[in-house]
Design a protein around this ligand. Structure first.
Ligand code: NA7
Length: 304
C-alpha cells in the first residue's frame, strides 16, 4: 500500500518539500496556519486538511516544518493538534529547528500514542528544498529511520543518524552556529577593507583562492555586495537558532563566547529589518549601520 504523507507548515521550506513529495508520487495531505500559502501545493495535487489533527489521522508519516518551538508546540499539542490524531504505528518526523529538549518531549508524547518520532532538522536552505537536495540530521532509532527513508529521499539526498532523540537538533544548532559565524566573519572583514578604502570585491577575489574559502561564503559574499537580501534562510530564524544554541550550552554549562557575540550582532541586525523578511547575510547591515553612525556629526549637547 502507498505511504500517505502529511506535511504541516508550508513556509519557505515546507512548500518546496511538499511539491517534491507530490513529484515522487506520494499521496500528500497538508495543513498550514495561513491557508492561502497552500494554494500552489493544492493545485499540484495535495489534499487539504482542516487541522493538524486531521493531517495526522490521514497519514502514515507526518512531517512538520514550522518556525520555532512555540509554533511546534501549537501544532502538536494545540487544540486539534497532531497528537490528537496520530495513528498508532505512524511516524512523526519533525524538520523544524527547535530545542533538543522539545524534540525529546515530542518523542515521549508520540510513544504514549503508539507512534514513533524522529527529530530531523534540515540544512540546504530554500535552494536545497527546491532541488530535493536537503540533508537531514536525525535523532531517534535506526529502525524508524529505515521506515521513512523513501519519504526523506523525495526531499533530500542524505541523512545522518546522529544518536537518540534530540541529537539531530543538537547537531543542527551546532551547524547553524558555524554558518552564522562564517557569514558574520565575512561581513566584518568586508567592513574592514571598505573602511580602509579597498574595494570589497578585491577581498572576495582573494578569498576565493585562499584557505578561508567556504561554500557558504562563495554564495553569500556576492549577495552581500549586491545587497540582495532575498531570504533563503531568514535572519530572524538564524537569530532564533543562535538563541537555541546558547540555551542548550547554558543547560550543559558550556561557554560559547563566539556564538554569544554573534547572537548580539544578529539581534542588532534583526532590529534594522523594516517590512518583509531578509536573509541572514543581511547581518552585513550591522557594520554599515555602525559606519554610518560613525560618519554622523555628533549631536549638539542639550541643556545647561
Ligand atoms: P517560514 O517561511 O517562516 O515558515 C514558517 C512556517 O511555520 C509557516 O508555515 C508558518 O505558518 C508556520 N507557523 C509559524 N507559527 C505558527 C504557529 N504558531 N502555528 C502554526 N504554524 C505556524 O520558515 P522556513 O520554512 O524557512 O523554516 C521552517 C523551519 O525550518 C524553521 O524551524 C527553520 O529554522 C528551519 P504561516 O504560513 O505563517 O501561517
Amino acid at each position: 500500500m502507498q505511504t500517505a504523507v502529511g506535511l504541516i507548515g508550508l513556509g519557505l521550506m515546507g512548500k518546496p518539500m511538499a511539491l517534491n513529495l507530490l513529484r515522487a508520487g506520494f499521496v500528500v495531505t497538508v495543513w498550514n496556519r495561513t491557508r492561502t500559502r497552500a494554494d500552489e501545493v493544492l493545485r499540484a495535487g495535495a489534499q487539504w486538511a482542516e487541522s493538524p489533527r486531521e493531517v495526522a489521522a490521514e497519514s502514515d508519516v507526518v512531517v512538520t516544518i514550522v518556525s520555532d518551538p512555540p509554533a511546534l508546540e501549537q501544532v502538536l499539542w494545540g487544540e486539534r493538534g497532531v497528537l490528537a490524531g496520530l495513528r498508532p504505528g505512524s511516524v512523526l518526523v519533525d524538520s523544524s529547528t527547535v530545542s533538543p529538549a522539545l524534540a525529546r518531549r515530542a518523542a515521549e508524547a508520540c510513544a504514549s500514542r503508539g507512534a514513533d518520532f524522529l527529530d530531523a532538522p534540515v540544512t540546504g536552505g530554500t535552494w536545497g528544498a527546491e532541488k530535493g537536495e536537503l540533508v537531514f540530521m536525525v535523532g531517534g532509532q535506526a529502525e524508524v529511520l529505515q521506515r521513512v527513508e523513501s519519504v526523506l529521499a523525495a526531499m533530500g539526498r542524505r541523512w545522518f543518524l546522529l544518536g537518540p532523540h534530540g541529537a539531530g537538533q543538537t547537531v543542527k544548532l551546532a551547524m547553524n552556529a558555524i554558518l552564522a559565524l562564517q557569514v558574520q566573519a565575512l561581513a566584518e572583514a568586508l567592513a574592514l577593507v571598505a573602511a580602509a578604502g579597498i574595494p570589497a570585491e578585491r577581498l572576495l577575489e582573494v578569498l576565493a583562492s585562499s584557505m578561508a574559502r567556504a561554500p557558504v561564503l562563495d554564495i553569500k559574499g556576492p549577495l552581500m555586495l549586491q545587497r540582495n537580501f532575498a531570504p533563503s534562510f531568514p535572519l530572524r530564524l538564524m537569530h532564533k537558532d543562535l538563541s537555541l544554541a546558547l540555551e542548550l550550552a547554558g543547560q550543559l554549562g558550556l561557554p560559547l563566547p563566539a556564538t554569544a557575540a554573534a547572537r548580539e550582532t544578529y539581534s542588532a541586525a534583526k532590529g534594522l529589518v523594516r517590512g518583509g523578511d531578509v536573509d541572514y547575510c543581511a547581518v552585513v547591515r550591522f557594520w554599515e549601520n555602525a559606519a554610518a553612525a560613525a560618519e554622523r556629526p555628533p549631536e549638539p549637547a542639550r541643556g545647561a
